[in-house]
Write a protein that binds this ligand. Sequence first.
Ligand code: TXA
Ligand code: MG
Length: 400
Amino acid sequence: MTDVFLIHLRLPQPPLIERAAEILRAGGIVAFPTETVYGLGANALDDFACEKIYAIKQRPRHNPLIVHVADIAAVQQITTHWSDTAQELARRFWPGPLTMVLPKGNSVSSVVTGHGPTVAVRIPQHPIALELLRAARLPVAAPSANRSQMLSPTTAEHVLTGLPQGVDMILDGGPTNGGIESTVVDLTCAVPTLLRPGLITPHELRQVVPNLQIAPHLTSDDSLGELTLATELSPASMATTPALLDSGAYAILGGLTPKPTAGTAQLKSGETLPPLPAPGMLARHYAPQARMECWQNGSWRRVQELCRAGQPVGWIKWQDTPLIRHELVRTVELPRNVEVFARRLYAILHNFDEQRLPHVVVELPPEEEIWLAVRDRLRRGAILWSEKRDTKTLAESTAI
Ligand code: TXA
Ligand code: MG
């Protein structure tokens, strides 16, 4: 049974915090809000507690967890090297949505780090998370509180629905503000390397680390392997080939051949593989249950097509794109603002899933660095990605 407690956002009630801290100290599992998404917390010094996280999330054991602490002194206790760069990044971005990968100290459970030599650490900014970490007086391993590969939770309800078993307590502090996960930077490489784009942008990071490298898997489409680009695929063929989409986790676009994905391979309990070289390397990740398609242009055309085929569809579109009024379309409009888009994205997708919409169509944000994190999440959650230029406008199209 999971206990869910409403907790005050700015002045978390001490008895609730103490109760949650006690659960963590006893090797239990507590889900709590951070400024990015909800985390699934366990004592990072306790192998057994950390094992539970992998089991609850059905997460491959070579995909390591982020350790959350309350202050820099606590970070220094779980790493073997604290560089000037780490100090500068901490001064500028902590507490906040930045995760640093550092050399691992001995005290941290190797279960947390996927048996690798590094540990990912962050000091969150959220008052409830910080109070919990202070009260527990422990480093807390906390991945996003969702089943592996699915959407991260931005509310306590998302946690409860996604993880109905194994969570001892959920601290419900309302919807999270950031909406997508922290930025992950590896400081154990020769040059600091961005592994996962997040709420802190590359531009902001370069103000502290001018030589920041972007990991190749973030800029190369090929590195996504199974998810290729829909440059050749006509929307009509997609509408008439539902079997293609049903036959695997991904449609292989362009080639039209479904393949099994690396991301869907599950490890058996006890099996160890080397830790993944970078986070979010699983091609299938951050995915709604609906079949999500991302279109740079002509998303409206795809929406029309699905309607004609009698398929309900959730449509995420810009405010300035004309509306399609049809009983099968659920539309959410977003402004061209990256913070708002990030804050709302997972909540909208969760909502579409609750409505059991089989399809989601997203109008893609532009290929600009500021949108890197949002595009990364969309790309890994999508079964179809089209950046095809489409010159036809909605007004020129046939009415449905
Ligand atoms: O915003 C966030 O970071 C949230 C909140 C709860 O803090 N947490 C989160 O955790 O997103 P998770 O486990 O869903 O994603 C952490 C990512 C994983 O993809 C993992 O591969 C990577 O960080 N990671 C963890 N430890 C690592 C390490 N030692 N080296 C490289 N990547 C690591
Ligand atoms: Mg996650």
